[in-house]
Design a protein around this ligand. Sequence first.
Ligand code: HEM
Ligand SMILES: *[C@@H]1O[C@H](CO)[C@@H](O)[C@H](O)[C@H]1NC(C)=O
Ligand SMILES: *[C@@H]1O[C@H](CO)[C@@H](O)[C@H](O)[C@H]1NC(C)=O
Ligand SMILES: *[C@@H]1O[C@H](CO)[C@@H](O)[C@H](O)[C@H]1NC(C)=O
Ligand SMILES: *[C@@H]1O[C@H](CO)[C@@H](O)[C@H](O)[C@H]1NC(C)=O
Ligand SMILES: *[C@@H]1O[C@H](CO)[C@@H](O)[C@H](O)[C@H]1NC(C)=O
Ligand SMILES: *[C@@H]1O[C@H](CO)[C@@H](O)[C@H](O)[C@H]1NC(C)=O
Length: 342
Amino acid sequence: MAMRLLPVVVVFVAATASCRPAMAFPATGMQLPGLPVAGLAVGFYNESCPQVEELVLAEMRAFVAKDWTIGPALLRFMFHDCLVRGCDASIMLVSQNKTGERDAFPSYGLRGYDEIEQIKAKVEAACPLTVSCADIIALAARDAVFLSNGPRYAVETGRRDGKMSFNIDANNDLPPPSSNIVDLKTYFSVKGLGWKDLVVLSGSHTIGRAQCSTFAADRLYNFSGKLEQDPSLNKTYAAGLRELCEPGVVNDTTPVAMDPSSPYTFDLGYYRDVVGNTSLFLSDQALMDDRWTRAYVERMAAAASPGEFFADYAVAMTNMGRIEVLTGDNGEIRKTCAAQAD
Ligand code: HEM
Ligand SMILES: *[C@@H]1O[C@H](CO)[C@@H](O)[C@H](O)[C@H]1NC(C)=O
Ligand SMILES: *[C@@H]1O[C@H](CO)[C@@H](O)[C@H](O)[C@H]1NC(C)=O
Ligand SMILES: *[C@@H]1O[C@H](CO)[C@@H](O)[C@H](O)[C@H]1NC(C)=O
Ligand SMILES: *[C@@H]1O[C@H](CO)[C@@H](O)[C@H](O)[C@H]1NC(C)=O
Ligand SMILES: *[C@@H]1O[C@H](CO)[C@@H](O)[C@H](O)[C@H]1NC(C)=O
Ligand SMILES: *[C@@H]1O[C@H](CO)[C@@H](O)[C@H](O)[C@H]1NC(C)=O
């Protein structure tokens, strides 16, 4: 606990929070978007482990070549690491009592634990006890984007790993797919992320898949608890989804592409889906309910090239990568990521 309450961070937040009236929920220890974090730098391992970024990319290439669904899974992995206790690899810790982040409901369907551990093993062989699991997660997410035709943006490194992992934190801090726009902005703002980060990072749903159980009730069969289909969903698209996700199947794990026209290409397809009423989650459609996020979605849906989205994505991922990080002497660098938390 004490390590999250560094005096310097507290003073820093107190000094800047008043200049940011839009931040409704200043949380202790959070960092504000756009401001650099002491201890993080692009190329933190330049001297101590110069080959780390190549090693991560080589492993990611091998994983994706074997199974292209693993790329999106590892992108989502960073989101689940960073929103809960900060980007500290606490998602990797294992709880004997099943009370860790892994065991929490929002971690349902999360994949990538083994892959992160395998990358860590390769990195340990080259640079023992040097590179944190949290940095490996951030680099793997970047390469997941790159290997699906997205940008290869610069990633800050220098994070260290946390030692605690609690399911209650994951339950509280990860937005459910049923979230409305007010919920979404709140979940993000408590972590120091603004509407722009929300609408840009949601663009991650341009790759990957979701299981029927995550959206079928909300959108197809029990919209607003009224046993109807979401009226805002494109009817043709909904009919197709109803075939994939049959009614009455408990915990339906059938995977459905989130951007069916290009499920493994990191492009503007997501924004076209949202504008065209063919996005999967209520939380995706909800981006149309705020004038700023809506304007962004509409501009990206109409854009001729993904350049602006890619540049914004690099900034937003950097912001997410700075959430409540442990640096310097805080946290640890451990040999394996999936250490026991209790
Ligand atoms: C804005 C709030 C968000 C909500 C409510 C949300 C919710 C979800 C849900 C329910 C799934 C399906 C999981 C499954 O069925 O296995 C999913 C998948 C995914 N999410 Fe999000 N997400 C959000 C933001 C993000 C962010 C910020 C990122 C990355 C930076 C992200 C990346 C992904 C990816 C890549 C997948 C596909 C995973 C796969 O194919 O295995 N999401 N998301
Ligand atoms: C590491 O090297 C890269 C490329 O030369 C440079 O851009 C970066 O600033 C360096 N970072 C550190 C922390 O030395
Ligand atoms: C986990 O369970 C064991 C055995 O029931 C108990 O002794 C221990 O205190 C628990 N640990 C935590 C962190 O709850
Ligand atoms: C539909 O949603 C309502 C409200 O959440 C719930 O009480 C009801 O059990 C749901 N019905 C079905 C069939 O899932
Ligand atoms: C719904 O989507 C289909 C393609 O999935 C498209 O052909 C149709 O025009 C859309 N309908 C409306 C009302 O937008
Ligand atoms: C469905 O998922 C819920 C929540 O994870 C779980 O409590 C329940 O046992 C599952 N039901 C079945 C039939 O698998
Ligand atoms: C999407 O749905 C809204 C109403 O919910 C409607 O006004 C709009 O025209 C629809 N867009 C498309 C492309 O069908």
